[in-house]
Design a protein around this ligand. Structure first.
Ligand code: COA
Length: 287
C-alpha cells in the first residue's frame, strides 16, 4: 500500500521514509515515552513498509507503526497526532490505514489508559497490563559465572530462544536491537544451554532493559543485576507484565517504582506466551 489520499481536504497517509521514522520518535519523546536513541533504525528493521505518516497540506501531522512480522501477526505502535492537530478526525484516518495494512493478522498493541476504550471499540481485547517500573541503577558485578555477551551466542540459538516469547519470527529486528550503538546484551548459558537473555539500551533519559527473558527467577535476577551495573546511578526502566509476580518482585527488590502502565490488547486470541518467564517487554511500540 503506497498511500490513501483525500486531496479534497489536503490530507494523505503514506509510508514513511527513514528520516520520518526519526521524526515520529521525536513525537514519542514529547509524549513522555522516553524512546531509545536508536529505536528508529531498529524498529524499521522489523518491517520497513509498516510505518505510516499523515500529512496535511504537505505537513507531517501524525503517525502509526503497523509492523507485519509474518502473515499471522502484527503490532501497532507510535499512534500519535501532533497536539495542535488532534480532534479533527486525522488520527482515526491514520489508524484505519495502519489497520488495513495488517489485514487479517492477529494484531497486538500496548495501549495507554486514555485510549483503551477506543481500542475496545476497534475490536481489541485486553490480555493483561504491562507496568513500567523505573528507578536508579545500582552498582554491582557486570558479569557472572553463567553470563556471556549475547552477541557471542550463535544467532540462530538466540532467535530460537526468543521464539518462545514472541508470537512471530523477528530476526532482522533482533539483530538490529542487539547491535545498536551502546547496547549491552547478555545471555545466561549453563552447561551449554541458553537459560535467558536480556538487553540494555540507551534512551533519551537513562536506559531501558528489554527484553528480559529467563527460565527462572534467579537467572532473571542475575541478568538484571549485571545489565543495570553497566549504568550505575542512571535511570533504568523495566516494562513488566503485571501477571508475572516474580518480575514485579524483581523490580521492587531493586527499588524501581511503577510510573506508567499499558494494556496489552489483541484483536484475536492472545498468543500463548509463557508470561511467567517474561520479565521485561522488548518495547511498547513493537511488542
Ligand atoms: C490518540 C490520538 C493519536 C488520536 O488522534 P486524534 O487525531 O486526536 O483522533 P481523531 O480526531 O481522529 O478522533 C476522532 C474520533 O475517533 C476516535 N478514535 C481515535 N482513534 C481511535 C481508535 N484507534 N479506535 C477507535 N476510535 C478512535 C476518537 O476518540 C474520536 O471519537 P469522538 O469523535 O467520539 O470523540 C491522539 O489523541 C494522540 O496523539 N494522543 C497522544 C499519544 C497517545 O497517547 N497515543 C496512543 C498511544 S497507545
Amino acid at each position: 500500500m503506497i498511500g490513501t489520499s483525500d486531496t479534497a481536504h489536503g490530507f494523505i497517509v503514506r509510508t514513511m521514509n527513514a528520516d520520518e521514522v526519526n521524526l515520529t520518535i521525536e513525537w514519542a519523546a514529547r509524549e513522555g515515552w522516553n524512546p531509545g536513541l536508536h529505536d528508529a533504525n531498529c524498529f524499521r528493521a522489523g518491517d520497513p513498509d509498516g510505518f505510516f505518516i499523515g500529512e496535511l497540506h504537505g505537513e507531517p501531522v501524525g503517525s502509526i507503526s503497523a509492523v507485519a512480522y509474518d502473515g499471522q501477526f502484527g503490532f501497532i505502535g507510535l499512534y500519535i497526532v501532533r497536539p495542535e492537530f488532534r480532534g479533527q478526525g486525522l488520527g482515526l484516518r491514520i489508524w484505519q490505514h495502519g489497520i488495513a495494512y495488517l489485514g487479517q493478522r492477529n494484531i497486538g498493541l500496548d495501549g495507554v489508559v486514555a485510549q483503551q476504550a477506543n481500542y475496545r471499540k476497534s475490536g481489541f481485547e485486553l490480555a493483561y497490563r504491562n507496568i513500567r517500573f523505573q528507578g536508579i541503577a545500582e552498582a554491582g558485578a557486570t558479569n557472572g559465572p553463567s553470563l556471556v555477551d549475547a552477541r557471542s551466542v550463535p544467532f540462530d540459538r538466540l532467535a530460537a530462544y526468543d521464539s518462545q516469547f514472541f508470537p512471530a519470527p523477528r530476526e532482522a529486528f533482533l539483530h538490529a536491537w542487539f547491535n545498536q550503538p551502546e547496547a549491552v546484551a547478555l545471555a545466561s548459558v549453563v552447561d551449554g544451554q541458553l537459560r535467558g537473555y536480556g538487553a540494555l539500551r540507551r534512551c533519551r533519559e537513562g536506559r531501558k532493559i528489554g527484553p528480559l527473558f529467563a527460565d527462572d527467577a534467579q537467572t532473571a535476577e542475575t541478568l538484571f543485576t549485571a545489565l543495570a551495573a553497566h549504568c550505575p546511578g542512571e535511570t533504568v526502566a523495566l516494562d513488566v507484565p503485571e501477571l508475572n509476580s516474580a518480575a514485579v518482585a524483581l523490580a521492587e527488590r531493586h527499588r524501581l517504582t511503577s510510573v506508567f502502565e499499558t494494556a496489552r490488547m489483541y484483536t484475536k486470541r492472545a498468543p500463548d506466551i509463557p508470561l511467567a518467564r517474561l520479565y521485561g517487554v522488548t518495547s511498547f511500540e513493537l511488542g
